[in-house]
Design a protein around this ligand. Structure first.
Ligand code: ATP
Ligand code: MG
Length: 368
């Protein structure tokens, strides 16, 4: 069976936003809020490295779409990046502008989206301090994402206090901008739960709803695996295909991808589940019917890994080419990147200060 596709990728061609976490009624409400622009969106990325394909399908594509519908703030989370990099701060400092260049390269528009720098917004640190009185250590230790990270980073009891408490700092980030929608990968869902617990506690203390609870917005691909299929693609694991990846790097990464170890000859029947090449084709190839037909052929036998990898490679090359070219242009103009970040940060300072004032009032700390 010869399977054909007329795929012509385009960075601007973004899939529709899927609200996986909301039930039907909530989705209808969301659509109404969307049309009245009631929702405020906050997302962010740790400045621990360049952004990768996981960010692209897990969050960035959605943000490009959301910026036309909502008031969107994106935070370059440098302070959060330090929580497991206190011993090598240069890793964080040197990646701030890399992350901003990645945003612009995928089509985030600073005229529509406020891009700001966490460490330059003092209210975020202050809010973190207030909220930390509303959360117990045992609750922090129960957070499944933090638990996994502590294990995978082999922290043991030497876990930095800042790392254990970073969900509190994320609650500060989200509430400081009155965000009601947070596009995230699935690893971030427990953070949003903790944020909403803090919001409820604070509102109880205040006696009125001074903070708003947030809802997650999961993308179609909320956890893109690494090319070996062993873990989530993540900057800290060094297992990424970066948005700036060269043609050769993409080729190499696709060649080394995990497929089905039992699929040795072209005529063998193959497994699609857990086969990273198909996971990526599902995530990146826009021709869904074509991929369905390929899967069927792979399962029945008669489709080699060389062929599926070639289709994926072509798709990734075409997807990343315009991003890589735009990124190279932006990273060349550091003054422009700093200017964009500074302007966004100044606006963010004003908004977060207003929230800080109301939180201090809730604690009765408004003597002058
Ligand atoms: P680090 O290893 O430093 O934690 P990271 O690669 O996990 O970096 P983050 O900055 O922690 O990236 O994540 C920013 C956002 O991107 C989060 O919402 C996260 O869920 C999402 N994200 C990160 N990696 C992936 C992935 N592999 N698949 C889907 N979403 C992802
Ligand atoms: Mg992470």
């Amino acid at each position: 069976m010869q399977v054909k596709s007329n795929f012509k990728p385009n960075v601007k061609c973004i899939d529709s936003v899927e609200v996986n976490c909301l039930d039907k009624q909530e989705s209808v409400q969301l659509a109404t809020d969307l049309s009245t622009k009631k929702e405020k969106v906050l997302t962010g990325d740790r400045a621990t490295g360049q952004l990768h394909l996981g960010h692209y399908v897990g969050s960035l594509q959605q943000r490009v779409k959301l910026q036309d519908m909502y008031h969107q703030t994106i935070l370059v989370a440098d302070m959060q990046g330090l929580t497991d990099n206190g011993h090598q701060p240069q890793k964080v400092a040197s990646n701030i502008l890399n992350v901003v260049a990645d945003y612009l390269a995928v089509g985030i528009d600073p005229l529509k989206t406020r891009i700001c720098l966490q460490s330059a917004i003092p209210a975020l640190a202050e809010l973190t301090m207030y909220y930390s009185n509303l959360v117990s250590i045992s609750r922090l230790e129960r957070n499944p994402t933090v638990k996994n990270e502590i294990r995978s980073k082999s922290f043991g009891r030497s876990i930095p206090a800042g790392f254990l408490t970073y969900p509190i700092s994320q609650a500060a980030d989200i509430t400081a901008f009155n965000a009601t929608l947070v596009p995230v990968g699935e690893d971030q869902l427990p953070m949003l739960e903790q944020t909403n617990e803090i919001v409820r506690r604070l509102n109880h203390i205040a006696g009125s709803a001074i903070l708003t609870e947030c809802k997650p917005l999961l993308s179609k691909v909320s956890r893109l695996p690494s090319t070996d299929g062993l873990s989530k693609m993540s900057k800290s694991m060094g297992n990424t295909i970066m948005l700036s990846a060269s043609e050769r790097e993409i080729t190499k990464a696709v060649k080394s991808m995990y497929t089905d170890p039992g699929h040795l000859r072209v005529e063998d029947t193959g497994k699609v589940e857990g086969n990273v090449v198909f996971t990526y084709l599902d995530a990146f190839h826009p021709d869904i019917d074509y991929i369905l037909r390929l899967k069927e052929q792979y399962r029945c036998g008669g489709l080699g890994d060389g062929k599926t990898k070639k289709i994926l490679e072509e798709c990734l090359q075409e997807t990343l080419k315009p991003i890589r070219e735009r990124r190279a242009m932006f990273i060349d103009d550091k003054a422009q990147l700093i200017d964009i970040l500074k302007r966004g940060t100044e606006q963010a300072q004003e908004e977060s200060n207003r929230v800080l004032t109301s939180v201090k009032q809730a604690f009765g700390l408004n003597l002058f």
